[in-house]
Design a protein around this ligand. Structure first.
Ligand SMILES: [Cu+2]
Length: 232
């Protein structure tokens, strides 16, 4: 565990962060890729989300995803998903997978790890091991899974299981086409969705922040999300 961080625990009180309303009227487009994507896909919109913290600063590594009954029917599991352990850390620290994905937990260290989750959406334990455990772990329910290691208390990892094919992250390191605090989801069928935003620094057990969003048949739906209460 990192100093000062509460241990991942499913029964902690939940605080909902405040939301700002999505800026549906805005037409700002960032990244030429959005326009190219629109040309290729008729009857699909692009969703652009700006994620800000309580002070209005852009947030790195936030996950945004679009839920709807229709989206749920289109979920396909990822293949080859991995949550490795390297240098006594989980790598990646945060993995986003659709429901039904099987994840391998290869240990690339020479020391043994003992990976566990007490999270309600998936409780499991991979007892002391080296190498790659033969059986992957199936994540068959949507929600937040926090990972720990019985041997190395500082090891903290996260798997966010989403019940939709439409998800994206704000970049860890911004580039010209992926600015800080901006996430883009392309080729989204038109319709009404719940836009959810989640971050590992939300209070433990807090659900994703929710906003309604309508995706047009062509063009961009833009939203601005304010995540307050992020932990340092
Ligand atoms: Cu370990």
């Amino acid at each position: 565990m990192k100093p000062g961080r509460p241990h991942p625990h499913p029964h902690q009180p939940v605080h909902l962060p405040q939301a700002t309303h999505p800026g549906r009227a805005r037409s700002a487009v960032w990244g030429a890729g959005a326009l190219l994507g629109l040309c290729a896909a008729a009857h699909a919109g692009t969703v652009q989300v700006e994620v800000l913290d309580g002070a209005g600063k852009p947030v790195a590594d936030a996950v945004v995803f679009l839920d709807s009954a229709e989206a749920r029917k289109l979920v396909k599991p990822l293949t080859g998903a991995e949550m490795a352990q390297e240098k006594r850390q989980f790598l990646p620290g945060l993995l986003v997978v659709p429901v039904g994905t099987e994840v391998l937990f290869p240990n690339r260290d020479t020391v043994r790890h003992h990976v566990y989750s007490f999270s309600q959406v998936k409780k499991f334990e991979l007892k002391l091991y080296t190498g790659t455990p033969a059986n992957p772990v199936l994540f068959d329910r949507a929600g937040v899974v926090s990972l720990g290691c019985n041997i190395h208390d500082q090891m903290v990892g996260w798997i966010l299981v989403v019940d939709t094919p439409y998800y994206a992250r704000t970049p860890s390191n911004p580039t010209a086409t992926a600015p800080l605090g901006r996430a883009q989801i392309d080729n989204v069928p038109p319709g009404t969705y719940t836009l959810r935003t989640w971050h590992t620094r939300l209070p433990v057990g807090a659900p994703a922040l929710e906003l309604p969003i309508t995706v047009p048949a062509t063009g961009v739906a833009a939203a601005s999300v304010r995540l307050t209460g992020l932990q340092p």
